[in-house]
Design a protein around this ligand. Structure first.
Ligand code: NAI
Length: 705
């Protein structure tokens, strides 16, 4: 069956698109639409045309994989849109679901648009480092104004149907979009009114567009690493200053330049990596799942409170358990305060906040968790405590309930065994603040039952997390890599670099572009939190036996310098502002002397970048060799969704390939010689060396499962 066909409904032509799952624009669909349009053009007995879609949504985008094909051209689709717009009989789009990218551009080429009230409309191309390539930058400002178009195209965020109606993008809202579109098409045909072609309109805010465009250019200059922003400003300027065909030329040139930029390739890589991360080796899409209707949280501290909110936000009833009534009240207080701030920021209403809090019950008795389908344990990071609560949970949780631990470093397999029902156990490693951060590392234990993993992956979608599966090891994927990054940051501080130089290099987009440098991040998260786990790791005998290993963090911890919360950490805090700390610098000098570290007058920025980044990339290769991550893209998702690694760099693995593995290996060897390699910190992972020698890419590496 063809993906688009022309049907007849009385005097109306219905161009029906049917390209599951989301009616995405693809070359064969364009060919089918072309044929259907030709049939409409030939049948002069038809008074008007309605474009509608089968399935659950109007066209929700385009085939992004096609952008990698050097022969890709938006030409055929754009020509089709021009023919639709040129029709001498009215064409109406019947919108529902998510009208995104090429879907919205198709709608903009029609003469009128009807939408259901729940429809969402947007141009998300910027999230792929691109601009709309099918005249979205030319038609949207003409219809909705330059300011609205600028906001939608530069944010990439979809807007509601009512906002679209207010902006003039949608002409009518109706529950029955198909019927309303038919009625509107017949009305337009019968009214004899001239056809309203978007290309012929003048932006309603053309008079004030200059200021909007100047502001867009300023914003683009402030973020030069995202060249798509400057292209948006150029295209919007063309939409008010040039003819439609000239504007079309500006957009087409900008699009074809952007598609080849490393930034867009990086962001497209992440788009596919995020989808690939949902496929779990050995688990079919229709794998059996357990039903989750009630959730338990054990330990309502910083993490437990945030995790409870994730579930309440998705509508799950919850039961919270703490050791004492005071603890429970404190936990509930954290939740109430976090909801109050979301209400203040206008993200949800007071009623919604109260409804979510109303989903939670609480007590101090673990037996009350017996009717929960999953219990997430978020008690202190202490193995003895974790083992003791695991034993109790194993006994109180009902048959078939899932037991999840939020540990950030401890051995999930050992915790699992202690429950006496290891098949029901896995790790759910949320990131702080848990109700905001997108990433969820799902830690698959050696005995985790497949349906338990499948259930939690599905659950993570429902609570709107980006889930990545990790195997069991110290720190899992993310913190294991963060450990070597922190190690080098601290080693360089002992050698003479100040935290602001190191953070500056990490945060500078010309070098890396992290949201926050290593010392600033540790001071914010709490030096004690990180240092305690390092101390435990070393004590367990499995951590590095180097006396100087992260000695700075361990000493700051011992001295009670726990970061922002104590006013002193790597930095000193002056009214929450991080400033240079003479005390910490003296500590660095003393520690350097005690551990025989040679101090240098200056460490070049390039060395700082290499020493932060290359050991991390090397660790990524080890993680792949060890089977801790299933695929390279999973690592990039962890770092971009959980650690503020810039999406436009595609993650550490993608960035490694951009730098070149040969360069990285050569520099690792250089540092092994220059700094010494007594503890193996600069030993190149065999996989990395092999790939460098065979001119292969780390991103393309696949485990044979
Ligand atoms: P926290 O100290 O803020 O909260 C722990 C809570 O557990 C406290 O409220 C305590 O009263 C409660 N608790 C202790 N023993 C209990 C028991 N037997 N029964 C019930 N409640 C009990 O700690 P936080 O930071 O929330 O950490 C919790 C877990 O999450 C740890 O395993 C930690 O490693 C992990 N984690 C922490 C992150 C962070 O940034 N803080 C990030 C990711 C994971």
């Amino acid at each position: 069956m063809s993906k688009a066909e022309l049907h007849r409904d009385g005097r109306l032509g219905i161009l029906r698109i049917d390209n599951p799952p989301v009616n995405a624009i693809a070359p064969d669909l364009v060919t089918a639409m072309d044929a259907a349009l030709t049939a409409f053009e030939a049948d002069t007995s038809l008074a008007a045309l309605v474009i509608e879609c089968a399935g659950r949504t109007f066209v929700a985008g385009g085939d992004i994989a096609a952008f990698d094909d050097p022969s890709f051209s938006a030409g055929p689709f754009n020509a089709l849109l021009a023919r639709i717009e040129a029709s001498d009989r009215p064409v109406v789009a019947a919108l529902f679901g998510t009208v995104l990218g090429g879907g919205l551009e198709l709608a903009l080429a029609c003469h009128a648009r009807v939408a259901t009230p729940t429809t969402r409309l947007g141009l998300p191309e910027i999230t792929l480092g691109l601009i709309p390539g099918s005249l979205g930058t030319q038609r949207l400002p003409r219809l909705a104004g330059v300011a609205k178009a600028c906001e939608m195209i530069t944010s990439g965020k979809p807007i509601s149907a009512s906002a679209a109606a207010a902006a003039g993008i949608v002409d009518k809202l109706a529950e029955d979009h198909a019927l309303a579109a038919r009625e509107l098409a017949l009305h337009l045909a019968g009214s004899g009114a001239p056809i309203r072609r978007t290309r012929a309109l003048i932006a309603p805010d053309a008079d004030t567009a200059g200021a909007v465009i100047a502001e867009a250019r300023r914003a683009a200059q402030a973020r030069p690493w995202l060249p798509a922003l400057a292209a948006v400003a150029d295209c919007l300027a063309a939409s008010v200053q040039k003819s439609f065909p000239d504007g079309e030329g500006v957009e087409a040139r900008a699009f074809s330049d952007l598609v080849r930029t490393p930034q867009s390739r990086a962001m497209r890589h992440l788009f596919f990596a995020e989808r690939a991360a949902q496929k779990i080796p050995g688990l079919s899409r229709d794998a059996e799942r357990r039903t989750i209707s009630r959730v338990g949280i054990l330990g309502v501290g910083t993490m437990g409170a945030g995790i409870a909110m994730c579930f309440a936000n998705a509508g799950y009833p919850l039961h919270l358990v703490e050791t004492s009534q005071d603890g429970l009240d404190r936990g509930k207080g954290l939740i109430a305060a976090a909801y109050a701030s979301t209400v203040t920021r206008g993200l949800i209403s007071e009623d919604q906040a109260q409804a979510r809090i109303g989903l939670m019950t609480g007590s101090t008795d673990m037996a009350d968790l017996s009717d929960c389908d999953i219990v997430v344990e978020a008690v202190f990071e202490d193995m003895e405590l974790k083992l003791s609560v695991a034993r109790k949970l194993g006994a109180v949780c009902k048959l078939g309930a899932i037991i999840a631990t939020n540990t950030s470093t401890l051995d999930v397999d050992r915790i699992a065994r202690e429950t006496g029902r290891a098949g029901d156990v896995l790790g759910t490693h949320f990131f702080s603040p848990a109700h905001i951060m997108k990433l969820l590392e799902v830690v698959r234990g050696k005995d985790t039952a497949p349906e338990v993993l499948a259930t939690v992956m599905e659950l993570s979608r429902r609570i709107r997390k980006t889930a990545v599966v990790s195997g069991v090891c110290y720190g899992f994927i993310g913190n294991r890599m963060a450990e070597v990054y922190m190690r080098e940051s601290e080693a360089m501080q002992l050698e003479g670099a100040v935290p602001s130089q190191i953070d500056g290099v990490a945060e500078n987009p010309a070098f890396l572009g992290m949201a926050m440098g290593p010392s600033r991040m540790l001071d914010m998260a709490g030096v004690d939190v990180g240092a305690r786990t390092v101390v435990e790791w070393i004590k367990s005998g499995k951590g590095p036996q180097d006396p100087a290993y992260r000695i700075l963090a361990r000493t700051l911890y011992e001295h009670g310098q726990h970061g922002q919360k104590t006013g002193q950490g790597y930095y000193r805090y002056d009214n929450r502002k991080a400033v240079h700390s003479d005390d910490t610098q003296k500590l660095c000098r003393d520690l350097a002397q005690a551990h025989g570290v040679t101090r240098r007058a200056a460490i070049p920025d390039e060395e700082i970048l290499e020493r932060l980044l290359y050991p991390m990339i090397n660790e990524a290769a080890l993680i792949l060799e060890d089977g801790i991550a299933y695929r390279p893209g999973d690592i990039d998702i962890v770092w971009t969704a959980g650690y503020g690694f810039p999406a436009w760099r595609g993650g550490p693995v993608f960035m490694a390939d951009e730098i070149g593995l040969k360069t990285i290996v050569a520099r690792m060897d250089h540092y092994a010689a220059a700094l010494g390699n007594e503890h193996g910190y600069w030993t190149v992972a065999p996989l990395l060396r092999h790939l460098a020698e065979t001119n292969s890419r780390l991103s393309d590496w696949q485990r044979h499962i």
